[in-house]
Design a protein around this ligand. Structure first.
Ligand SMILES: NC(=O)c1ccc[n+]([C@@H]2O[C@H](COP(=O)([O-])OP(=O)(O)OC[C@H]3O[C@@H](n4cnc5c(N)ncnc54)[C@H](OP(=O)(O)O)[C@@H]3O)[C@@H](O)[C@H]2O)c1
Length: 293
């Protein structure tokens, strides 16, 4: 397939581009800068200049392809207003891509997050939250899945809280950056809350399988580790950086604090059984050993 990819230079997207090219697909990748275009061409992709706000570029990319994988996101969590703007930009981009794909039967794979369900491990059958800080993302992904009734083979690959590679990425990567800055490897709450995780290379395989195989309107969990206790994550970060490991107030994490504090384990049993996906790369706690002081 010729696949239009957004976010192809990111932690996950660069792994997805390599996975697609290594398995007989070709890639047309959205590039918003010269540096990103250079990196994408070096990886073996064709490029299309534009960003998520450039809806005409997105429509042109989708029209030229046999399928779309969407991964670009601004990742501005500095304030609730910043998050709202980034979510609104992504929602408009997803709607524009969907308009072009209507009645094509083409796959439209979008990224999402694993949901939180109070008191138990979440599964692929649980709905996404549509309220709260990132509820707008849940509404946008739900709208993409609804495109199944308009001739789009739409599907969502849900990411756990930490997608990692060489010890970097996701919520655990944020804890590492905060530890470097504050000289304390902190965790919110009592640290027993669990976050799921996956290696970026394993997540990339699931994006390819979803593109190739997923029925319209389905959701999948790229979960390798069902849930690592946050104080275990902080303990590895502290040991690698030579810093004390301590509980810190949830408020010090800004808008992400309440999300960081939740116990949110997640399962991928259905994904493994239905798509034959099996993670093979290091677990989060193993991969964090790559952190250098
Ligand atoms: N990493 C995780 O642990 C994790 C967990 C859950 C969900 N996710 C989701 O998975 C997706 C990919 O995550 P990631 O970790 O791979 O992200 P990342 O490493 O931060 O990469 C972000 C990608 O989006 C592109 N991008 C950002 N803003 C853009 C804009 N306005 N227009 C066009 N492109 C833009 C970037 O392009 P440039 O290279 O040009 O900057 C880059 O390719 C995101 O939706 C993220 O929320 C990630």
């Amino acid at each position: 397939m010729h696949v239009f990819v957004t976010g192809g230079t990111g932690l996950i997207g660069s792994a997805v581009v390599a996975e697609l090219l290594g398995n007989g697909h070709t890639v047309l990748a959205l590039a918003r800068s010269d540096a990103s275009a250079l990196a994408l061409r070096a990886a073996g992709a064709e490029t299309l200049r534009g960003d998520l706000a450039d809806l005409n570029a997105l429509r042109a990319g989708a029209a030229k392809a046999d399928g779309v994988i969407h991964l670009a996101f601004g990742n501005d969590f500095s304030s609730a207003d910043a998050v709202a703007l980034t979510v609104a930009e992504e929602s408009a981009a997803l709607a524009a891509l969907g308009e072009v794909l209507a009645d094509s039967g083409h796959p439209f794979v979008t990224v999402s997050g694993t949901p939180y369900v109070a008191g138990r491990v979440s599964t692929e059958a649980d709905p996404l939250p549509t309220d709260g800080l990132v509820g707008g993302r849940g509404r946008a992904v739900t709208a993409v899945l609804g495109m199944a009734s308009h001739g789009v083979r739409s599907t969502a690959v849900r990411m756990p809280r930490t997608v990692h590679n060489e010890g970097k990425g996701g919520f655990a990567g944020m804890l590492t950056e905060i530890a470097r800055r504050t000289r304390v490897s902190g965790y919110p709450g009592d640290g027993t809350q669990r976050w799921p995780a996956v290696h970026a290379f394993d997540a990339a395989v699931l994006f390819r399988l979803a593109l190739e195989l997923a029925p319209a309107g389905t959701s999948w969990h790229a979960v390798a580790d069902e849930g690592d206790a946050v104080r275990d994550i902080a303990a590895v970060i502290g040991r690698r950086l030579g810093l004390p490991v301590e509980a810190v107030p949830q408020e010090s994490y800004g808008p992400l604090g309440p999300i960081f504090a939740i116990d949110q384990p997640s399962s991928s049993t259905h994904t493994r059984e239905a798509l034959g996906w099996e993670p093979t790369h290091p677990s989060l706690l193993g991969d964090l050993e790559c952190i250098q002081p």
